[in-house]
Design a binder for this molecule. Structure first.
Ligand code: PLP
Ligand code: ZN
Length: 419
């Protein structure tokens, strides 16, 4: 099986270009990386993965942000704003309250467009240029469209985004709009948008930049590389567990791949690989269902609902990559309610960390797993927060306190404060 944590570094096939090629995770077919546009396997339609003849070691990394890790990426540099180098916050009160030895929060909302998607787009748009494609497209719960619009604009390329009508947070549509994406609102959910955009891509109408595109996940690997490097610098050890929100399971797959490549190069001991722990909203939890039932695939949920619109996804396309990642790292998956998500959003805000609802799912999930005794008190944990508070201002208003109207007069203000 190609997705085992202990699989040896691969042999370079003749189709490789400068030590890089594409490989099907289902049947092992290999393809040249940049000759043709291809998202899945020609032979069996399985998911593709980018493979390298020389997986990276720590000494290979220099510089800052995503492109610090170019030894783990297909290019030296990309279309950049720049992205990555996000904070790994200490959250002492939350750490004590949840009851783990160490808790750090990797705040991906601090990327240029306010989500982790920028890490994938800086690589994806670079590949699009290599392939010489015209229009870039994605389906999105919002953040992918914001990132695609911005990175497409940066690269001087036309962009098209398909969004589920009425289910995308205001900040994200505003971004796609101002960065001049053509925005189509589909009368359906995210999964139907992805079906359509895959059809468009198959007909050559656009280059697909959803996380089905294996190159996007390469950029997202750098979340894991940054966490490991910084955590090790601070504590001389690696985190026991990384907890992350799950939608299409792109990050889960990407972090797993980052760890596998480090194990292949000898840079990381297999016993030091953090347990990948996925969190979904109760109303959109096909990955949790698959983990709990020991399934190799997810069942498509047609009716999904959650206030965390970014992860309102019923058919996670990267499940075949992510399920082995959770299992092989001895991780788990858990579902949380919208109320638990909002509570966690407030907890993070009380530490000065402003996140959108989907992001807070990681903290809500950790709290639940700790209460259930699945996570131990002596664990060192990193929670990933994937998007910024300003992405979803309506949710922030709902979770926070209402402004209080006061008269235009100091005495009246003082009186009001004394009430
Ligand atoms: C804020 C946020 N968190 C989490 C996710 C889910 O990420 P993934 O598809 O990698 O599981 C998304 C994207 O859909 C997102 O926008
Ligand atoms: Zn195949």
């Amino acid at each position: 099986m190609s997705l085992e944590l202990t699989a040896p570094a691969p042999e370079e096939p003749s189709v490789a270009d400068d030590g890089t090629w594409l490989e099907c995770i289902a049947c092992g077919a290999q393809f040249a990386p940049f000759e043709d546009v291809r998202y899945t396997c020609d032979d069996c339609d399985g998911l593709l993965e980018v493979r390298y003849a020389s997986p990276p070691t720590w000494d290979d990394f220099e510089g800052r942000g995503v492109w610090r890790y170019n030894a783990a990426l297909p290019f030296e540099e990309g279309v950049s704003l720049p992205e990555g180098a996000t904070p790994l916050h200490e959250v002492p009160r939350l750490e004590a309250d949840v009851g783990v030895e160490t808790l750090r929060v990797k705040h991906e909302g601090m990327n240029p467009t306010g989500s982790f998607k920028d890490r994938g787009m800086t690589v994806g748009v670079r590949v699009a240029k290599e392939l010489g494609v015209g229009r870039l497209a994605c389906a999105s719960t919002g953040n992918t469209s914001a990132a695609l619009a911005a990175y497409g604009a940066r690269g001087g390329m036309e962009t098209l985004v398909l969004l589920p009508a009425g289910k995308v947070a205001a900040g994200k549509i505003a971004q796609a709009s101002l960065h001049d994406a053509r925005i189509l609102e589909v009368d359906g959910n995210f999964d139907s948008c992805l079906d359509i955009v895959q059809d468009l891509a198959a007909r050559g109408e656009a280059y697909l930049l959803n996380s089905l595109n294996p190159f996007r996940l390469e950029g997202q690997k750098t979340i894991g590389l940054e966490i490991l490097e910084e955590f090790h610098e601070d504590y001389g050890t690696y985190p026991d567990r990384i907890v992350l929100p799950v939608g299409n399971a792109g990050n889960t797959s990407a972090l797993y791949k980052a760890f596998r490549e480090l194990v292949q190069s000898g840079a990381l001991d297999v016993d030091d690989v953090p347990k990948l722990t996925g969190v979904q909203a109760e109303g959109a939890a096909p990955m949790v269902e698959a983990i709990e039932n020991g399934w190799d695939e997810t069942r498509r949920w047609d009716d999904v609902e959650t206030r965390a619109t970014a992860i309102r996804i019923g058919n996670p396309v990267n499940a075949p990559k992510a399920l082995p990642g959770i299992r092989e790292t001895d991780g788990t998956a858990v579902a949380v309610s919208d109320e638990e998500i909002t509570e966690a959003q407030r907890d993070l805000a009380a530490e000065g960390v402003g996140v959108e609802p989907a992001s807070a799912a990681s903290v809500a999930g950790l709290r639940k797993l700790r209460a259930e005794g699945v996570v131990d008190a002596d664990e060192r944990v990193v929670c990933l927060t994937t998007g910024h508070l300003l992405k979803d201002p309506d949710a922030a208003f709902e979770a926070g306190d209402d402004p209080e109207p006061v008269p235009n007069d100091t005495e009246a203000v003082l009186e009001h404060l004394a009430e």
